[in-house]
Ligand binder design. Structure first.
Ligand code: NCD
Length: 316
């Protein structure tokens, strides 16, 4: 399957999706991010001085927006945070015009978050004519590639770089989750041993999507011997009403608590992209427990976004 977002030299032109990304590119981003993670911040400071990142967020965000800002600043970049609430978008300006306006101010990179699945592809094509890069910071239900990459970095730190032995469980509202899709795409590129999907039937993707991933009707069965468990938030804002019975029922069937986690491998790790709904998809004892990597994911988010900016903007 060809991957359309490459430059002639094999590097990425934009970061739109992890689906079918060449494995060498994905692995090089993981290696670069680990180097950023380990580096003395004073050394990185000068790397992208004079370049500007615009955080163009049409949807709310805490972790992603803050970590793109910090990543850019730690590389010496200027950052413009586009504030939707006080912008002209409410006056009827199209997204394309908003982008063109900001582009005219000589922005080098746009991190774009949007509710529309097609937004990243459309805005990346618009930027092709200009000399700016687009980074998908989470669109619709389809893709959140920087999150998928930071999740892979977190897995790699705990389990090493041979993903073929890993049994990874993804649990919850996969149907509405761009994080789950990017995780599945990345795990597939990296040749993960098993990608187990589980959650309420009506919150799983259609059966022809991810046909290579086994599905489980009971969370306990999916957890048996697992090396990593990725928990997802119930995305009520993207669902039709009534898809989920009650918080209590959801937690009983799909919540990760210490008893359930004990079914996984003894050294299994737990991931959650945040924001977490404690007591709905995850118990606090697990979220704050020794197997949780939730805050490591947040830390890795900055390093990974530095690696992405460097990969896309470095001159050499
Ligand atoms: C996620 C998102 O917005 O897609 N959060 C994040 O970026 N860390 C997941 C979510 O909203 O549940």
């Amino acid at each position: 399957m060809s991957y359309p977002w490459l430059r002639g030299d094999g590097r990425l032109r934009h970061l739109v999706t992890l689906e079918h990304m060449p494995r060498a590119v994905l692995e090089s981003l993981l290696v670069q991010a680990q180097a950023m993670h380990d580096a003395d911040p004073r050394i990185l400071r000068q790397r992208l001085v004079g370049r500007t990142l615009c955080n163009l967020f049409f949807e709310p965000s805490t972790r992603t927006r803050c970590s793109f800002q910090l990543a850019a600043q730690r590389l010496g970049m200027d950052v413009l945070n586009f504030d939707l609430a006080s912008s002209s978008a409410g006056k009827g300006e199209t997204d394309a015009d908003t982008l063109a306006t900001l582009r005219a101010m000589r922005i080098d990179a746009f991190a774009v978050r949007h509710s529309d699945d097609a937004a990243a592809t459309q805005l990346a094509s618009q930027l092709d004519a200009a000399d700016s890069v687009l980074i998908n910071a989470g669109v619709g239900r389809t893709a959140h590639p920087s999150q998928g990459l930071l999740d892979m970095l977190t897995l790699r730190q705990a389990k090493g770089d041979d993903f073929s032995r890993l049994r990874v469980v993804i649990c919850g509202d996969i149907r509405h989750s761009r994080v789950a899709r990017s995780d599945i795409h990345a795990l597939s590129v990296l040749g993960a041993g098993e990608i187990r999907l589980c959650g309420p039937r009506n919150l799983l993707p259609d059966s022809d999507e991810f046909a290579h991933c086994p599905r489980f009707d009971r969370f306990d069965d999916a957890l048996a011997g697992a090396d990593a468990v990725i928990m997802l938030r119930l995305q009520r804002e993207r669902m039709a009403q009534g898809l989920v019975a009650s918080r209590e029922d959801y937690f009983r069937d799909w919540g990760l608590d210490p008893r359930r986690l004990a079914l996984a491998a003894a050294d299994a790790i737990v991931l959650h992209p945040g924001p977490m709904n404690r007591g709905i998809e995850i118990d606090s004892q697990v979220a704050d427990g020794p197997q949780s990597r939730v805050l490591q994911q947040v830390r890795n988010g900055v390093a990974m976004r530095m690696a992405i900016l460097w990969h896309l903007l470095a001159d050499d």
